[in-house]
Design a protein around this ligand. Structure first.
Ligand code: FAD
Length: 376
């Protein structure tokens, strides 16, 4: 296989995962990030990191569900390559509702059954009685009359992942295969012009290999990729040692799908609002009240929880709410539109990008229906 040099711009979820995948394949990479390593402006550290293809099929297209299925199987092998342990589990998703929302629950249940029938490799959703819910989540015994269980759906700890990926990047850096540049905002087009003129050639790059520029800036790409927009999401992170939930739990809610995603050590992420706005101001009182009262209505133990953080971030989104890979010039690739599914689909998106860089084929992308456009 021919080796390439790669300049990856943006060290969020996508940029880190892609850089590591390229390095594992023997390519040489320089990674540029506008901020420091804790990436305070990125969506990735704020996310709940649920990997829930069937649950998300209620609001996305089946292609994205397929990408999620592929990625769920792929995450364990990617995590195994990292030098630190990352919490990852596939205990399924629980969906519950209060009696007033039974009509909406019926609609959702029919939709999920229809989608599972269209993608039969997905495990079928299971209807639960109140006592089934108590068996699955003893701390919710006698709280709900009915529920739904989506087996094998997953979740991971996003912050553990980002920090393990950072450690992985430093390992490659110490071997001379990767160079990481924090606090180094870049304009990919300007970098590409420098590559074409021969002015950009980092010392660790292969001397005679082609050099790719890959734009992974998420919402930061908006100025040049004008179709990218941000979709505001607010989440609350709490410490609730009195609550014990072993899997992401969604509450049917008239305005947003509210979830409670357990992390390790009694920490929960409660989210998320979804607002068509690029306003990055702190969470509104209304959103915070709705998220926290929804969590309290699921489990009264949240009353004594301590609020650790309230975060607002933008989900990088394209007009059709689908991810896209564009090769706009030879050796210039941009990837964006991971929207609310970054963790759910990144392994697939990265594998499709690698396939193009290494072979100029799109067979994997075609299999799952990921759009790759090539300007030849
Ligand atoms: C509230 C919320 C909840 C979410 N929950 C989930 C979930 O449960 N499951 C799921 O799958 N997904 C979830 N997501 C979505 C997920 O977080 C995103 O899809 C994912 O982070 C997008 O990855 P990215 O790398 O494209 O962008 P980001 O993670 O935002 O990273 C982009 C990076 O590019 C950098 N950058 C920008 N401009 C420049 C520049 N000029 N030069 C260099 N670097 C630059 C930024 O600083 C940033 O670090 C959620 C998102 C939000 C906001």
């Amino acid at each position: 296989m021919n080796k390439s040099n790669c300049l990856v711009i943006g060290a969020g979820l996508l940029g880190r995962t892609l850089t590591l995948a390229l390095a594992h394949q023997g390519h040489r990479v320089s990674l540029f990030e506008a901020t420091q390593s804790d990436i305070p402006n990125a969506a990735a550290p704020v996310a709940a990191a649920m990997l829930a293809p069937l649950a998300e099929s209620a609001i996305t297209e089946l292609n994205v569900v397929r990408m999620g299925q592929y990625s769920l199987e792929r995450w364990p092998s990617l995590l195994q390559l990292l030098p630190q342990t990352v919490f990852f589990q596939r205990q399924g998703t629980l969906i519950v509702w209060h009696p007033a929302d039974a009509g909406e629950a019926q609609r959702l249940s029919s939709l999920l059954q229809r989608n599972q029938a269209l993608l039969p490799s997905l495990p079928a959703p299971q209807s639960l009685t109140g006592s089934d819910i108590g068996v699955l989540e003893p701390s919710l015994a006698n709280r709900f009359e009915r529920g739904l269980y989506l087996p094998q759906e997953g979740q991971l700890d996003n912050r553990e992942l980002l920090s393990a990926q950072e450690a992985g990047l430093y390992n490659f850096q110490s071997q001379g295969h990767v160079q990481v540049h924090w606090q180094s905002p870049q304009n990919p087009e300007a970098l590409y012009a420098q590559v074409c003129s021969g002015d950009m050639k980092p010392a660790h790059f292969w001397p005679d290999a082609p050099t790719w520029v890959i734009d992974c800036r998420g919402i930061g790409a908006k100025k040049e990729w004008t179709r990218v927009r941000g979709v505001r999401g607010e989440v609350v992170r709490v410490h609730a040692p009195e609550v014990s939930l072993s899997r992401p739990t969604r509450l049917i809610h008239p305005r947003y799908p509210i979830y409670i995603a357990p992390k390790e050590n009694g920490v929960f992420v409660i989210g998320a609002t979804e607002i068509e706005s690029e306003d990055l101001s702190p969470s509104s009182v209304r959103s915070t009240l709705e998220l926290l009262s929804a969590a309290y209505s699921v489990h009264p133990g949240f009353a004594e929880a301590r609020v650790l953080e309230m975060n607002t971030q933008l989900r990088p989104t394209l007009p059709d709410n689908l991810p896209a890979i564009e090769v706009t010039q030879p050796h210039f690739m941009r990837i964006n539109g991971l929207y609310r599914h970054g963790f759910m689909i990144t392994p697939l998106v990265v594998d499709c990008a690698l396939e193009w860089i290494q072979t100029q084929h799109t067979s994997l992308a075609q299999q799952v229906g990921l759009h790759i456009s090539v300007n030849s």
